[in-house]
Design a protein around this ligand. Structure first.
Ligand code: DAH
Length: 343
């Protein structure tokens, strides 16, 4: 038994000495001191020796255990140091190396333009309200007085998802939702994507609009003009003028197309101006006084003197004018050479 203990102990010390890394050292530890390790195996034989010899064997066994543990610990420290030294060698960091350039992103030009328009109008009390892009035929058409036989409903213009459900063709769809959801005064902007079956240099099947709606007692056409003139001066420059051309939209009466004076040839209209093509004016939005029919459908009483105006502006068109973008498709191609110009 004594001999066996000696053999196991000496072999263990050899194995510890020659283990080359922390992993194999741990394996050695388990193979000696573990539950089924060599030392435990030897000690299982203690029962078979005379009781008088047992204290001596027990003492020896403890001594070997202690020696082995000490040896394991010191080898472990050595191996840890070797490991660290190797790591420092192979993973050296050059703190003098120039840093990598971080590219900062920026908001898309359409988002920037949307935010600019909203910012200007929020200063005079407009709040943002959102409506769904997947819209019912009712809110997109009927509730804004677009009759069943109106050409705008034609399959060629509208994306129908299922009978009675469309991708909204304009943000005017939010007008009736807003008038049903709240009573006057209403002063909202509804930005968002709209969809039409159209695709060329100036049309895209998806584009963005912002709808404005102001409903209150005694709102007049002069309020519409004042609001849009303020907006145009803030967006295009303080000398900007606006003009209204009579036009027809089913949900307003009277309705108008609104032009702003060209911000490029400000002083004298140039026949060569690339922005206004020599006309001196840029068409920017549609507007008008909310049609009485809409108040009726929204359940407003005729005699409470509530009136309103609405306008709808195309965001891409404004962005293209402001930054002289020649082709609408540039806005959707995700080409960073184009986009990063507008940081
Ligand atoms: N919804 C119209 C369109 O998409 C734009 C428009 C015109 C909105 C006149 C209005 C408006 O609110 O009064 O072409």
């Amino acid at each position: 038994m004594i001999q066996k203990l000696q053999d196991v102990g000496e072999l263990a010390l050899q194995q510890i000495k020659f283990s080359q890394d922390l992993e194999s050292l741990e394996k050695v530890r388990i193979s000696i001191l573990g539950k089924k390790g060599a030392l435990s195996e030897v000690l299982k034989g203690v029962g078979a020796i005379p009781a008088s010899d047992r204290p001596q064997i027990g003492g020896m066994a403890n001594e070997w255990k202690k020696r082995i543990e000490e040896s394991l610990e010191s080898r472990k420290q050595q191996l840890e140091q070797i490991w660290l030294a190797q790591k420092v060698q192979t993973e050296r960091i050059d703190i003098t190396a120039p840093s990598r350039c971080l590219h900062r992103g920026s908001l898309h030009l359409v988002t920037q333009t949307t935010q600019r328009i909203i910012q200007i109008l929020s200063r005079i009390g407009f709040d943002v309200t959102l409506g769904p892009e997947v819209e019912t035929d009712y809110f997109n058409f009927e509730a804004v007085n677009i009759q069943a036989d109106h050409p705008a409903r034609d399959m060629q213009d509208t994306f129908f998802l299922s009978p009675g459900i469309v991708l909204r063709t304009h943000t005017s769809s939010v007008q009736m939702r807003a008038m049903r959801a709240q009573k006057a005064p209403i002063r909202i902007l509804c930005p968002g994507a709209v969809y039409r079956c159209d695709n060329d240099a100036t049309h895209s099947p998806m584009f963005h609009q912002i709808e404005g709606l102001w409903v209150d007692r005694g709102v007049r056409m002069s309020d519409l003009k004042g609001t849009l003139l303020y907006w145009a001066k803030e967006l295009f420059g303080s000398s900007t003028q606006i003009r209204f051309r009579p036009s027809y939209f089913p949900f307003v009466e009277p309705g108008a197309e609104v032009d702003v004076s060209c911000f490029q040839c400000r002083v004298k209209v140039s026949p060569l101006c690339r922005v206004c093509k020599g006309s001196g004016w840029l068409e920017v939005l549609g507007a008008g006084m909310v049609h009485p029919r809409l108040f009726e459908m929204a359940g407003y009483s005729q005699d409470d003197e509530v009136r309103g105006f609405a306008f709808g502006v195309g965001v891409e068109r404004i962005a293209m004018l402001l930054y002289q973008v020649p082709d609408l498709r540039l806005l959707y191609q995700g080409d960073l050479r184009f986009l990063s110009q507008f940081k």
